[in-house]
Design a protein around this ligand. Structure first.
Ligand SMILES: NCC(=O)CCC(=O)O
Length: 426
């Protein structure tokens, strides 16, 4: 059995950067990514059999912890009937009903195989429905890697310094307008000039791809009002926040109803799944009912539906989101206290089971500028000290952290004790 370093050396010969998605490559922090052998609950285990408390959670899906028995059982049982049919199944209806029950603004929805597919399809639908080409997004928000959306993008694109990726024709990118997150005045200004040409606003209601930046009071409500005024479609990209900041997502948490919602991550329980949906009249513009084309060989795949349904069902039992919010608050408050004890300036944001911390003197971080001006060298050091201590954080200062129901008080205490030692070393 090879260790992570040997595997990484080998992988780089045959896979670009040794990884199948750039955020895994440790570009933001340097060093060798941990190759993972297995995971259970709040822990992942690398090729050297070292255990880590995991705050990445496969970048979001693992809200019930890794390898949850109910999800595993659903996958195994469903797989025995065949892996894919390319024909409709009852499971897809059950899934659509479940999502609609939890996120009522999704009157009709369609399943896809990733968050990128969900946002790409939602954008096309908004354009087809309104007959307009321009879209509005926010700097530092990331909505997957479809062409129109890789403009001033967050996540790995921001970490690698390629928020405007080569390969996207200028003729495509020119239709994507960008303004500052949490700045309603800029949105109003651009709509005053071009409102009749803007098909939609797409926004992460809590920005999770430039660290973790919640919306300021009135921001999401303001976007709703502007879209109503100009007959533009309001799209909440809840790939990260869906079923995470509340059972009904950020739209339930902040009580703002979008026209369309995109989902991914938690909805697949760890399998490749995404979904988009919303108002009936808009969704009925999709083929085969309407003219806007969208399709997928593996869309609504039975194993993926079974895994996702098991995750959503399990998540609906009891008040898991209160437990998740309490655990996240304990972690956030504890990190802040540990930083204070060691004389380190730290600012923390958290909502539901999502958090981010910033090495900065600023009391609160609400903008892209603030997030990108934080001390990234300090983050790199802290990341590696924590990794040595057996705590796995997202390997970039621009990614939110995630908790799961498997993160018990004891596990958080262990994390905080490690953080205390790491802050002391900075
Ligand atoms: N913020 C990063 C993601 O959400 C996606 C993970 C990936 O790009 O691999």
């Amino acid at each position: 059995m090879q260790n992570s370093q040997q595997l990484f050396n080998h992988a780089q010969d045959i896979i670009p950067g040794g990884v199948n998605s750039p955020v895994r490559a440790f570009n933001g922090v340097g060093g060798t990514p941990c190759f993972i052998k297995r995971a259970e609950g709040a822990y992942i285990y690398d090729a050297d059999d070292k255990a880590y408390i995991d705050y990445v959670g496969s970048w979001g899906p693992m809200i019930l912890g890794h390898n949850h028995p109910a999800i595993l059982e659903a996958v195994i049982k469903t797989a025995q009937n065949g892996l894919s049919f390319g024909a409709p199944t009852e499971l897809e209806i059950t899934m659509a009903e479940k999502v609609k029950q939890l996120v009522p603004s999704m009157e009709k929805l369609r399943m896809v195989s990733s968050g990128t597919e969900a946002t790409m399809s939602a954008i096309r639908l908004a354009r087809g429905f309104t007959g307009r080409d321009k879209i509005l997004k926010f700097e530092g928000c990331y909505h997957g890697h479809a062409d129109s959306l890789l403009v001033k993008a967050g996540s790995g694109a921001l970490t690698l310094g390629v928020p405007n990726s080569p390969g996207i024709p200028a003729d495509f990118a020119k239709h994507t307008l960008t303004v500052s997150f949490n700045n309603l005045a800029e949105v109003e200004e651009i709509f005053a000039q071009l409102g009749d040409e803007i098909a939609c606003i797409i926004v992460e209601p809590v920005a999770g791809n430039m660290n973790c930046i919640p919306p300021v009071d009135g921001f999401l409500q303001g976007l709703r009002k502007i879209c109503d005024q100009y007959n533009s479609v309001l799209i909440f990209d809840e790939v990260m926040t869906g079923f995470r900041v509340a059972l009904g997502g950020a739209q339930a948490h902040y009580n703002v109803k979008p026209d369309l919602t995109t989902l991914g991550k938690v909805i697949g329980g760890g399998m490749p799944v995404g979904a988009f949906g919303g108002k009936k009249e808009i969704m009925d513009f999709i083929a085969p009912v309407g003219p806007v084309y969208q399709a997928g060989t593996l869309s609504g795949n039975p194993i993926a539906m079974a895994a996702g349904l098991a995750a959503l069902s399990e998540l609906s039992i009891g008040d898991k989101h209160q437990q998740l919010a309490d655990a996240t608050e304990k972690l956030a408050m504890g990190l802040k206290a540990a930083a204070d004890r060691n004389g380190i300036a730290l600012s923390i944001n958290y909502v539901g089971a999502m958090f981010g911390f910033f090495f900065t003197d600023e009391e609160s971080v609400t903008t892209y500028e603030q997030a990108t001006q934080c001390d990234s060298e300090m983050f790199k050091k802290f990341f590696h000290y924590m990794l040595e201590e057996g705590v796995n954080l997202a390997p970039s200062a621009f990614e939110a952290g995630f908790l799961s129901t498997a993160h018990t008080d004891d596990i958080i205490d262990t994390t905080l004790a490690a953080a205390d030692r790491c802050f002391a070393k900075l």
